[in-house]
Design a protein around this ligand. Structure first.
Ligand code: GLC
Length: 517
């Protein structure tokens, strides 16, 4: 029986354990693997909070040498026995709470990107390997690392003589998002490889960033060292072996394409699509007035949790109540996602004539439909959306993070919008499809692998960013016309979207045969 130990920054099994899609994957894949006979141990940092969750039980203490000092790291198990074959562990050390209790990622300023997070994840990497070495996690066959946060574990395993005994471990590295690489200097900074592991002897070229030779790149390191490199969709694996091309609006290897080509050439790169949990209860499809009321209720609940009343929340809440009094618009367009450039650039970047695609979209929707956008994230993008919401009555910008609101939008929209500039896999499109809401998406990455144009959804593409945005707007008009003129055809597309299945069971079989065997 294979025992896989996963190291990650997020795990949505734990309340508060998720920021993005990586948390969903780490929540779901261990259970799916266990159902096929594997044993899985998942370890994430406790961030000063998770080890205090009711029922957390101490597993033991390991020590790790970090910054030349011996540190004690406490390992706790959560939800013992809840899921057969899976153990959920968290590692507690005060450094893991350096961004504040319960906070997973910190935003360092631009002159020292990733510094705080890189410190805590460097300790997490060495602590995890020590937990394996000291048998707090025993009889492991595969070490499965997720994204840059855990990439340095591959280097420590290879170069730190302390981990000689762990050498037989097979190392698998999953890329969830190449846009974040966690690059730090090799030396001369309190957040650098030299500061963390002053005695480590390593091959500089194997750890260095391809562009900045004085910097260590944890994701590049893991790509070079891992036995298998995995991307979360097959199409993303084919995109990242190509260089980014700004003129074409193309996101590829983000500077790591040569390393990825090499991995592919050695047969070490493979793409397996993520799944979603089809056993999770479906959200109800509500009547118009109930839908608006439910959204307003949740907005109010979220507003009450804040010490201040933000005018933007107040406006959104008022608009929901006002719309509740009106007839249902013909088209309800929805969007759910973190407000990052990845997800928002095609909506917000000005076209050559200075106009904003989202403005044009809203003009086209006027009198026909409304747009409900749920998301929070980058402060500048939030501000941009607020300004646009002030101009358009039928744009409801819900600047929140809320599962309740997400589910309401997945279940009650007519068309889900996902114009990501790149998308390693994407989960929201699958959640919307499951609820019978077809998706209009940019034909990139996992969106290509989960949506078939005109069969169970709608795709657009273009040869530059402005042409992508233009095609998105044209395509939206075509889809709205289809809904108006040939509603039966649209309904069939929606039904096929609802019938599509992206089962974790299938992904898990491929993990076992292609990543772990
Ligand atoms: C990242 C990617 C997203 C993917 C998720 C889970 O968040 O941006 O596309 O679905 O990881 O793998």
């Amino acid at each position: 029986m294979t025992h896989i130990c996963m190291l990650a920054a997020e795990n949505d099994v734990i309340p508060g354990g998720k920021v993005g899609g990586i948390g969903d994957v780490v929540r779901d894949i261990p259970k799916a693997l266990a159902r096929q006979g594997a044993t899985v141990t998942v370890l994430v940092p406790a961030y000063g909070a998770f080890h205090q969750i009711t029922g957390a039980s101490p597993v033991g203490v390991c020590t790790a040498v970090f910054r030349g000092r011996t540190e004690r790291i406490e390992i706790y198990e959560l939800f013992t026995g809840r899921d057969a074959g899976v153990r959920y562990l968290v590692a507690h050390h005060p450094l893991f709470a350096s961004g504040g209790k319960g906070r997973i990622y910190c935003n360092d300023d631009a002159n020292q990107p990733f510094a705080t997070d890189a410190n805590k994840f460097a300790l997490f990497c060495v602590a995890s390997l020590r937990a394996l070495k000291e048998d707090l996690i025993s009889s492991v066959d595969v070490l499965h690392l997720h994204d840059w946060h855990t990439g340095l574990a591959a280097a420590l395993l290879k170069y730190d003589p302390d981990f000689q005994s762990l050498k037989p471990l097979k190392v698998v590295f999953s890329i969830h998002n190449l846009a974040l690489q966690g690059i730090r200097p090799f030396a001369e900074h309190e957040s650098s490889l030299q500061a963390w592991f002053p005695h480590l002897l390593y091959n500089h070229a194997e750890l260095a960033d391809p562009r900045w030779q004085q910097c260590v790149n944890p994701i590049a390191t893991a790509i070079r060292i891992a036995d298998v490199v995995h991307t979360v969709s097959p199409t993303y694996a084919t995109e990242i072996v190509q260089a980014n091309d700004q003129a074409r609006g193309f996101h590829g290897g983000e500077g790591l394409e040569r390393d990825l080509q090499q991995a592919a050439g050695q047969g070490r790169l493979t793409g397996i699509i993520n799944g979603i949990d089809y056993d999770a209860p479906l959200a109800a499809r509500l009547g118009w007035s109930e839908f608006m009321q439910a959204a307003a209720d949740d907005m109010l609940r979220l507003m009450a949790r804040r010490p201040d009343l933000r005018s933007l929340d107040y406006v959104a809440h008022q608009r929901l109540l006002r719309w509740q009094q009106e007839a249902r618009p013909a088209h309800i367009i929805t969007g759910v996602g973190r407000l990052t450039d990845q997800k928002m650039a095609l909506l917000l970047q000005p076209l050559p004539d200075g106009s904003i695609p989202l403005d044009i979209m809203l003009d086209a929707l006027k009198g026909r439909g409304m747009l409900l956008l749920l998301g929070s994230g980058d402060a500048e993008l939030e501000q941009h959306c607020r300004t646009i919401a002030a101009r358009h009555e039928h744009f409801l910008f819900l600047n929140q993070y809320s599962e309740t609101l997400s589910n309401l939008l997945f279940a009650n929209g007519d068309l889900f919008l996902m114009p990501s500039s790149f998308e390693p896999c994407g989960i929201s499109q699958m959640l919307a499809m499951r609820q019978g809401q077809p998706v209009l998406a940019h034909a990139v990455g996992g969106l290509c692998d989960t949506i078939s144009d005109k069969v169970d959804g709608f795709l657009f593409s273009g040869e530059s960013m402005p042409s992508q945005a233009t095609r998105m707007l044209e395509r939206l008009n075509e889809v709205l016309q289809l809904r108006e003129k040939r509603p039966d055809d649209f309904r069939e597309i929606a039904e096929r979207a609802q019938a599509q299945r992206f089962e974790w069971h299938d992904s898990a079989s491929r993990y076992l045969s292609e990543l772990y065997s």
